[in-house]
Ligand binder design. Structure first.
Ligand code: HBI
Ligand code: FE
Length: 295
């Protein structure tokens, strides 16, 4: 056991020197065999669950980026494959970076990805985005030109939203698409959100469990909708395509922000009159959790 294995229980990058833009050296050689093996187990489990569940764009991007190779990806090598496709690169960071730093990276087609991998004790769920959540969940779709444009636009939108004090509304758009979005396909609903793709249990829940609402995406509706961060989502929004998502979002948010400032928030579990409901949730999973919690 090298010293690094002992430190895999916590995020050793927190102690690493970092640049002003919060990036640091991934130091790929420092990953232990145990960490490479953990990536391979997470990857294999996700791939099994995602057959017939992830959107085609994700599956083809995995091939393009040769992410099926074993072991933790070297972000520099991954960026060398990604850059020619859409101009995006993946830069290593220790943990969540300040919002303005995050948006600046996205606006310049750099995706900041956690360099640490989750400890064995958090294989199924962790709060902080580790390299599996970021590189397996978020990075592949950056090889899709339309999604890549959307992510850059989100970065630029984030910079503007911060200036207008409207970040809360914009973060919801990110949450219900980039993190937890579903998409219509000829064969039924498919997953594109990174938070779902990187979670074997939520991949099944989001598509097949009767508990959550599934509602057709509407930009203003999503930007009004609250969300929870420590459990499965109570509502998933469904887009028609990345093209439609980009088209819906590629507009001046000025008038939208003015309306949102006066509109009430919508609860994470609510269905409202104008919703095009794909499936209304039974909330059985959430009720069971609450009643278990109250005993
Ligand atoms: N930093 N590294 C990293 N990754 C994120 O997804 C991230 C972040 N900082 C801020 C942030 N996300 C969100 O608060 C913004 O989407 C608003
Ligand atoms: Fe994420």
């Amino acid at each position: 056991m090298t010293t690094l294995d002992q430190s895999t229980g916590k995020n050793r990058y927190l102690a690493a020197p970092r640049r002003d833009d919060f990036t640091l050296d991934q130091d790929w050689a420092s990953y232990s065999p145990a960490e490479h093996d953990r990536w391979d187990r997470l990857f294999a489990r996700a791939q099994t669950v995602l057959q017939g569940r992830a959107c085609d764009e994700f599956q083809s991007a995995l091939q393009h980026l040769q992410l099926s190779e074993g072991g933790i990806p070297d972000m520099a090598k991954l960026s060398a494959r990604l850059r020619p496709l859409t101009g995006w690169q993946v830069v290593p960071v220790a943990e969540l970076v300040p919002d303005e730093v995050f948006f600046d990276h996205l606006a310049n087609r750099r995706f900041p990805a956690g360099a640490f991998i989750r400890p064995e004790s958090e294989m199924d769920y962790l709060q902080e985005p580790d390299i599996f959540h970021d590189v397996f969940g978020h990075v592949p779709l950056l090889a899709n030109p339309v999604y890549a444009d959307f992510m850059e636009a989100y970065g630029k939108g984030g910079q503007r939203a911060m200036a207008l004090g409207q970040l809360k509304n914009l973060a919801r758009l990110y949450w219900y698409t980039i993190e937890f979005g579903l998409m219509k396909s000829a064969d039924g609903l498919r997953i594109f959100g990174a938070g779902i793709l990187s979670s074997a249990t939520e991949s099944v829940f989001a598509l097949e469990d009767p508990s959550p609402n599934r509602i057709t995406f509407d930009l203003e509706r999503v930007m009004r909708t609250d969300y929870i961060i420590d459990d499965f989502q109570q509502t998933y929004f469904v887009i028609d395509s990345f093209e439609k998502l980009l088209e819906d979002s590629y507009r001046d948010f000025g008038d939208l922000y003015a309306r949102l400032a006066k509109a009430d928030d919508i609860a994470a579990d609510a269905v409202i009159t104008d919703d095009h409901v794909v499936s209304r949730g039974s909330f059985a999973y959430f009720k069971a959790k609450n009643s278990a919690a109250s005993h």
